[in-house]
Design a protein around this ligand. Sequence first.
Ligand SMILES: C[S@@+](CC[C@H](N)C(=O)[O-])C[C@H]1O[C@@H](n2cnc3c(N)ncnc32)[C@H](O)[C@@H]1O
Length: 279
Amino acid sequence: MSANTNSSTAVEKAEEYYNSNDADEFYFKIWGGEHIHVGIYNYQNEPIKIASQRIVPRMAEQLNLDVFKKVLDLGSGYGGGARYLAKNFGCHVTCLNLSERQNERNQQFNMERGLDHLVDVVYGSFEEIPLEDNSFDVVWSQDAMVHSANRDQVVAEAHRVLKPGGHFIFTDLMQDDNIPNGVLGPVLERIHLDSLGSFEFYWNEARKNGFELVSIDNMSQHLVTHYDRVRQETEKQYDEIVDACGKEYIDRMIQGLNQWVKAGHNGHLSWGILHFKKS
Ligand SMILES: C[S@@+](CC[C@H](N)C(=O)[O-])C[C@H]1O[C@@H](n2cnc3c(N)ncnc32)[C@H](O)[C@@H]1O
């Protein structure tokens, strides 16, 4: 990818990628089922699905959610996080996502679980949220803003749609704040982008937009474990997953995952929970 990936290219790439059959099969079967984000691991070889679910209550416990609260989930994938929040707190969750394929699965799960009255699914990009100003108590996002070439705009949009006093809480795949130039090339290639956010980047953008800091929880060690577990599972289920996604996709995926594990071991990548409040 060129050094000047622009915003619309990144949005189109993300849409095309998450709508593809290969990505759908791979993420759904290997990554964590309904939860396609980094997990919190209690031990090294823990099943990905169990570790992935653990981050959701960890984020939710930082919020005072109840039946009166309105939550917006940016880049909601299959809606695993949204259903957890709706089921456990009775809050209303709007899922915003640009993959129609994921949105269909999300709606299907919501109906099957009897949660469709609490979870709405909206097609759109978080760089231009198609929703009203000052309309949500919480903006939530898990490992999705990484796909933007315009993360400053995503932070500004989150601020716009939040009510005063509202909370912006998210996890993201980020880079360490102090890394040598150029070391992330192979990592960025996997996600077709030129850069990653960082804890410092997001805090600066949040401050510029009028957010105050609630907390930043650096849990980068889990990123390395997670990518290593995804690589191990892909190799273990190689024949089966190649049948579903094709050899080219899976071989490229394993190569990409190896790069992420290596960069993580070298301390170049970061992951954790960032929590801000609109003044
Ligand atoms: C790694 S998945 C995470 C999904 C979900 N948050 C989860 O944790 O299970 C990244 C998600 O971001 C979504 N996404 C990427 N770019 C987006 C954009 N510009 N607007 C809305 N969603 C986007 C993708 O469709 C995908 O669902």
